[in-house]
Design a protein around this ligand. Structure first.
Ligand code: FAD
Length: 291
């Protein structure tokens, strides 16, 4: 088995794809088909998100089990502290290991819908660095990724304080950092330089989401605090036409990818939203895998 750290040690750019738990069996079938299609890009692993409030935790593991069967690749479960005691988190980690999960994307999680402040569950954890510590202490065979924010986390005091908090997660034992999605690569390069300056030495993996329609672009920008370049916004909104908006969004993600490769990133994590068309178009013909 490839450890999470070693995924990024080979030359070339290690690709990973992020999925989410579908709402029904039909969605799972569709996801499996798309996973098969995405295999042509030689990804190193797949991840599956963990629903807000833990609502879909069963589905996350079910999806990962299926993906592992189909791909024979390592799989990563996202896990948040929301609504769980330490005991419940340990229970989830034990289940995850049992079904063959290899890595954990360790997160604090967002405040539940309709609220703005994260509340600690009684007997639970407050920050992601505590979850990293828990995993390293009791589930040390699992690889650990943590979240980084090129445009600063929305609750953070400022950019630098947020970096200090990121370093806590790395010092607690995270193997890599995966970033929140962004649309200006300069934000990522500034973030990467600042990470290096503060002594974060693990791979910093950029997260890319190809936006495929204007409405989605708007929603994502406000939800994730990722600013959309004015040129991208105006090019997208030029026409109502769905095919036009798809093309513009995918082209932007392709240009971002080409530029990231030039800047020697160790890998790229794609938020594919259980689809494969956009990823297939944007990755087509690019030499990333280094196989
Ligand atoms: P933390 O690292 O705990 O940081 C939260 C805030 O507290 C930050 O402002 C930070 O600066 C501050 N902070 C951190 N540690 C300390 C400390 N020790 N003392 C004082 N302040 C501190 N959400 C989901 O619900 N499910 C998912 O599957 C999911 N996957 C994600 C994957 C990626 C790659 C990313 C980037 C995000 C994902 N999220 C997911 C969203 C994430 O849960 C939110 O962004 C959440 O608000 C913060 O989580 P975190 O792990 O970064 O928190």
């Amino acid at each position: 088995l490839m450890t999470l750290a070693s995924v990024y040690q080979s030359s070339g750019c290690a690709i990973s794809f992020e999925l989410f738990p579908p709402k029904n069996a039909e969605g799972v079938d569709l996801l499996c088909k798309n996973v098969e299609r995405l295999m042509q890009f030689s990804p190193k692993y797949f991840t599956c998100t963990y629903g807000a409030g833990g609502s879909s935790r069963g589905t996350t593991l079910e999806v990962l089990q299926k993906v592992k069967q189909i791909t024979n690749l390592p799989v990563a479960s996202h896990l948040t502290c929301v609504g769980s005691t330490v005991e419940e988190l340990e229970g989830y980690l034990a289940d995850a290991r049992e079904i063959g999960v290899d890595y954990i994307v360790a997160l604090r999680g967002d405040p539940p819908q309709g609220t703005t402040k994260f509340e600690v569950t009684e007997g639970g954890l407050k920050y992601a660095n505590e979850l990293v510590e828990l995993i390293r202490g009791k589930f040390d065979d699992l690889g650990i990724a943590v979240a980084g924010y090129p445009e600063t986390h929305q609750e953070a005091v400022d950019f630098q304080t947020d970096l200090v908090n990121l370093k806590r997660k790395v010092d607690a034992g995270a193997d890599i950092v995966i970033t929140q999605l962004f649309y200006h690569n300069d934000d990522f390069y500034r973030f990467r330089d600042a990470c290096q300056a503060i002594g974060i030495e693990v791979p910093i993996v950029p997260g890319i989401l190809p936006v495929t329609n204007f409405k989605q672009a708007k929603r994502i920008a406000s939800m994730c605090k990722a600013s959309i370049p004015a040129e991208l916004e105006s090019a997208m909104s030029e026409k109502e036409d769905a095919a036009h908006q798809f093309r513009v969004g995918v082209d932007h993600a392709r240009q971002q990818t080409i530029d990231l490769l030039k800047h020697g990133v160790p890998g790229i994590h794609y938020y594919v939203l259980n689809k494969s068309e956009a990823a297939a178009e944007l990755l087509d013909g690019l030499q990333l895998a280094g196989v």
